[in-house]
Every structure is written in C-alpha cells, then in structure tokens.
Design a protein around this ligand. Structure first.
Ligand code: PLP
Length: 407
C-alpha cells in the first residue's frame, strides 16, 4: 500500500491524511500566535483548559522551582511528596463532597477511568460485587481510554474501536424517567452513574433543571455512587471551584483535569468522597492496586498549586461570571439577529448551533482567518470557552469574528 509523505506527528482527533496544521508557537493571556506571526484570540482556552491564560511568568517560576528541587518521584507505597500532599489538602477543602481524599492522574481520561474503577472496587469492598453497571447519558464525553470511551454518549467516537466494555448503559440525555426505570429494574446492579454537570465536547449542553438533583436522589435511594465528571467545568468555568457547587449537588466522586493546572503541566485526578473511601479503608489489609507512574507527580502538583493560587489571587471565579455574561450577551444578540439557530451554555462555556446547511468546520476556519480560535463539534455546533483572563476587547472580537463569518 502506498504511504503518503506526511509529518511524523500523528495528530489526535484529526484526519491522519492531513498534514497542514497551524503551528502555535507562543501565547500570552488570551492570545496565541502562530509561526507566521498571526495573532489569535484563543476563544477555546486551547481545549477547554487554559483558565488562567497563556505564557505566565508566575507559572514558569513555580514549575522551574519544583524541577530544581525534585522534578518527579513515585508516589506508590511507601512514598509521597509535599506538592502532592498540599494540593490534595487544598482540593479536599474546596470540594463539595463529604470527607474527601484526592487521587491524582495525568489526564481527564485517566481521571474518569480511575473514578469508574474506584466506584466498582468500593462496591466490592462494601460487599456488593454484583454492582458493576456504569450508567451515563447521550452527548456525554468522558475521554478516550476504554472506560471513558465505553461511557461516552457520542457514537462517532466509539465507531471502530469495539468491542467496548460490558456493563455500561447509555441513556437518553436529560431523561430522568429512563434513569428511574433503569434503577427500578436493575438498581441493585448499578455501581455508579457518571455525568458531566454541563456537557462540553458533546456540544455545551447544560442540564435540565432538576436533572442532576434527580440523579443524586436515585443514587441515594438505590446505593449507587454519583460521579460528576468536572474535567471542563471545575476551577472557575462556572464561577465556582467545583461545578457541583454551582448546581448544589454533592457527588461521591469528582473527576477533574484541565483547569487544575490550566495545562501548564498535565494533571488530573479524582476527588473521592467518604462513601467511597470508607469501604476502601475499612479493611486495613486491603491494597488499592490502581495508580499511574505519575500519580502525584510533584512538578504537576506544584503547577496545580500555583494555578489554584492564581485563581484565588486574581479572583477568577468572579471574573468568570463577567466573561460568561459578556460572551452570552454577544451570542444571544447574534441569535436575536437570526444569525444562529441556538445559543446555549452556562457560566463561561457556550456554544451556538448553526443554521442548516452551514458547515461548522468551514465556519471555524473562517473565524481562524479572522484571528479567532473556536471549535467545531458535531454537525452544527461551534463552542466557546475563553480563558477567564480574556479582556472585554478580546471577548468582543470573538463575537465580531463570528458575526462577520456568519454574515
Ligand atoms: N471528561 C470530560 C468531561 C472531558 O471534557 C474530557 C476532555 O475533554 C475528558 C474527560 C478527557 O480528558 P483528557 O482529554 O485529558 O483525557
């Protein structure tokens, strides 16, 4: 078979035959720059993660200081390190979860798979090995490793990678009745329900009022754990450190990643609540045989500590509300003008649905040509998730570029 001459870098979520990529070489605040010197407003915070903005000297210093002190060391028994302990303490103070501890990973997919494995092993340790089902909903995105992939509700991402894992059930979005029916039929087999607070990669879909509370109620009634996948929504995106707080729902497990370091060093993890911890800790001889080489990586955790300090110091939770309000007002005005079919979102994460016949990838490219980075998802959607440090001018530039591209 003839093999095309392409760059050696096989890109994630891209056509393998494509070889013309925009090379991003520098970033500052909400702006990034390509190799040809073109400037872009980063209306996607890269990939939903750069909340604190690009190119920060304070982050560079925190990371360099940790690398000079101890770049990395295993946290498998018997070791730990100060940044991992400190960051776990800090996140545990903020998490709206009863009596939590924190498990660390390097990505959101690992965080989701860890949450699923922790939920199942806790059910086993609690005397319920029959509870193996993991329940999710359509349009959910939970990463690409096999656990999260099996839980996803976006079939195009799953096609060709089968067989997926057994004992995963995907129910129609927002459908609490379908969920209640499943619990009525198979409630004693359910280990956990996993959901994003606001679905992100599935097109930015906030929950219908009462949906998340309904999940909490059903899980409580039937002895299942509730996993909130906050990989996008935590650390300020909805104006709170954790989005569960925004919705007033207390999950048993929270998967997080992205904004915890704003991507300066890869880091993810799981907040593990008391209901999950207790069965794991009850038997002093039980070993948790799960963990990654980089679980508790000190440089990643030092980056997390600094990113969290910046979030507090610069009041980015409050700033997030301003960014979200201005972005939402701009998108709604385009909706009012009939330029888009729908504007939906929550906090500082939004999307527009395009009119029929408009190609979101072509629109993304048109906006790129006008110096704004957005993301095309599904068949009709463009998403917006700017850094929380974006200025009013930069936010207005996003709306202007979209208006002109649509016009
Ligand atoms: N869960 C959610 C809600 C996500 O949005 C993502 C990534 O976008 C993931 C999990 C997977 O994270 P990662 O790409 O870091 O593996």
């Amino acid at each position: 078979m003839a093999v095309m001459a392409v760059d050696r870098f096989l890109h994630p979520f891209a056509r393998p035959a494509k070889d013309d990529f925009v090379s991003i070489v520098r970033g500052e605040g909400a702006m990034v720059y390509d190799g040809a010197g073109n400037a872009y407003v980063d209306a996607m915070a890269s990939l939903w993660y750069c909340n604190i903005g690009h190119g920060r000297a304070d982050m560079a210093e925190a990371v360099a200081k940790q690398v000079r002190t101890l770049e990395a060391y295993s946290c498998f028994d018997p070791f730990t390190n100060p940044p991992a302990d400190e960051l776990a303490d800090l996140l545990a103070t903020w998490a709206p979860v009863a009596d939590p501890r924190v498990f660390f990973t390097s990505s959101g997919s690992e965080a989701v798979d860890s949450a699923i494995k922790l939920a199942r092993i806790a059910q086993v340790q609690a005397g319920h090995p029959e509870r193996t089902l993991i329940v999710s909903r359509t349009f959910g995105y939970h990463g690409v490793t096999y656990g999260g992939l099996s839980a996803q509700g976006l079939p195009p991402n799953q096609a060709g990678f089968g067989p997926l894992l057994p004992d995963f059930v995907n129910l129609p979005n927002h459908d609490l009745e379908a969920m209640a029916n499943l619990f009525a039929e198979r409630g004693d087999e359910i280990a956990a329900v996993i959901t994003e607070p606001v679905q992100g990669a599935g097109g930015v879909r906030p929950p219908l009022p009462g949906y998340l509370e309904g999940l909490r109620r059903l899980c409580d009634q039937h002895g299942a754990f509730l996993i909130m996948d906050e990989v996008i929504c935590a650390f300020g995106r909805l104006g709170h450190m954790f989005a569960s707080d925004f919705y007033g729902v207390r999950p048993d497990l929270i998967s997080f990643a992205k904004g915890v370091t704003s991507g300066y060093v890869p880091l993810g993890g799981v907040v593990v609540g008391g209901a999950v911890r207790e069965p794991l800790e009850a038997d002093a001889g039980f070993w948790l045989r799960h963990g990654h080489t980089y679980s508790g990586h000190p440089t990643a955790c030092a980056a997390g500590l600094e990113a969290m300090a910046i979030t507090v110091r610069e009041d980015l939770l409050e700033q997030s509300k301003h960014v979200g309000d201005r972005l939402a007002a701009g998108l709604r005005s385009l909706l009012g003008d009939g330029l888009v079919a729908e504007a939906r979102g929550e906090g500082a994460v939004w999307a527009v649905a395009l009119h029929e016949g408009q190609d979101p990838v072509a629109m993304r490219d048109a906006m790129l040509g006008r110096g704004v980075i957005t993301r095309a998802v599904g068949t009709d959607t463009l998403t917006f998730c700017p850094p929380l440090v974006a200025t009013d001018d930069q936010l207005d530039q996003i709306i202007d570029a979209l208006a002109v591209s649509l016009g």
